[in-house]
Write a protein that binds this ligand. Structure first.
Ligand code: PRT
Ligand code: MG
Length: 222
């Protein structure tokens, strides 16, 4: 593949990346919400966008299915932790400052999380982010049983599946609508640009200007 392939996920990553691309002079020529295509052309003949699941972006970029991608720090850290030594073979040149949220612990209002932590109780935690949750509670010296879920984490404390969840929060309205409270903030999250290191070497002449233009778009924005 001679041109550059950029991996994005549909939804907030795509929506928040578009304005940055626009500031870099790049337009995606098809709307993923109406098109069924998974490969979208841009106004730059050498640049195409592929649509993948948010959690598949690091995998695509790592194995060279895409040269560059945009992924949440949550996805990158969880992927890197699973990969080993807390890092993957991805070059991470830019914090794009988009799709901002935080990774937090939430419980039912009637669950006394500080007391459970203080007493050294074993807490059942449901999450999509098993690696990040394991690290967080290990650092705190809290004993947890982790339950892996793929979605609707908010349901777990309401049904008695778990005492707590580790999930992303942005406005807090999802937690509120489900009568859950955020009891601990684990880390701030934003989306990052990730680049395949081999692509950067072999396609430096086209990749470097793209990275620089996106960097300038981030600086110029806000
Ligand atoms: O849906 P799919 O399984 O394919 O992937 P995904 O859910 O990971 O994708 P997507 O598009 O939902 O999220 C992509 C990235 O956006 C995440 O990896 C985060 O880095 C970032 N992001 C930013 C968020 C949020 N904000 C966010 N609020 N991702 C998810 N949420 C969810 C959260 O999980 C919870 O269910 O929104 C809900 C809470 O939102 P509030 O506003 O009610 O607090
Ligand atoms: Mg989603």
């Amino acid at each position: 593949m001679n041109g550059i392939t950029l991996a994005l996920s549909k939804g907030r990553i795509f929506d928040d990346t578009l304005p940055l691309l626009a500031r870099a002079g790049i337009q995606v020529l098809e709307d993923p919400e109406t098109s069924r295509k998974l490969i979208l052309p841009t106004n730059r003949a050498e640049l195409r966008v592929v649509l993948v699941r948010a959690s598949d972006v690091p995998t695509y970029v790592e194995y060279g299915g895409a040269d560059v991608g945009v992924a949440g720090l949550d996805v990158l850290l969880e992927h890197g932790a699973a990969w080993g030594q807390g890092r993957s073979g991805l070059y991470q040149p830019l914090d794009l400052g988009i799709a901002r949220c935080r990774l937090s612990v939430a419980t039912r209002a009637d669950f006394d999380y500080p007391a459970a932590v203080r007493q050294g109780s074993r807490i059942r935690v449901a999450t999509k982010y098993v690696q990040l949750a394991r690290q967080h509670f290990a650092d705190k010296g809290v004993h947890v049983d982790l339950i892996k879920l793929y979605g609707s984490m908010e349901l777990a404390p309401l049904t008695g599946l778990a005492d707590a969840i580790v999930d992303l929060v942005s406005t807090g309205s999802t937690l509120k609508a489900n009568q859950l409270v955020e009891v601990e903030r684990i880390m701030d999250i934003s989306a990052r640009l990730v680049v395949n290191p081999t692509s950067l070497k072999l396609k430096r002449e086209s990749l470097r200007p793209l990275i620089d233009a996106l960097g300038a778009a981030v600086e110029g924005g806000s």
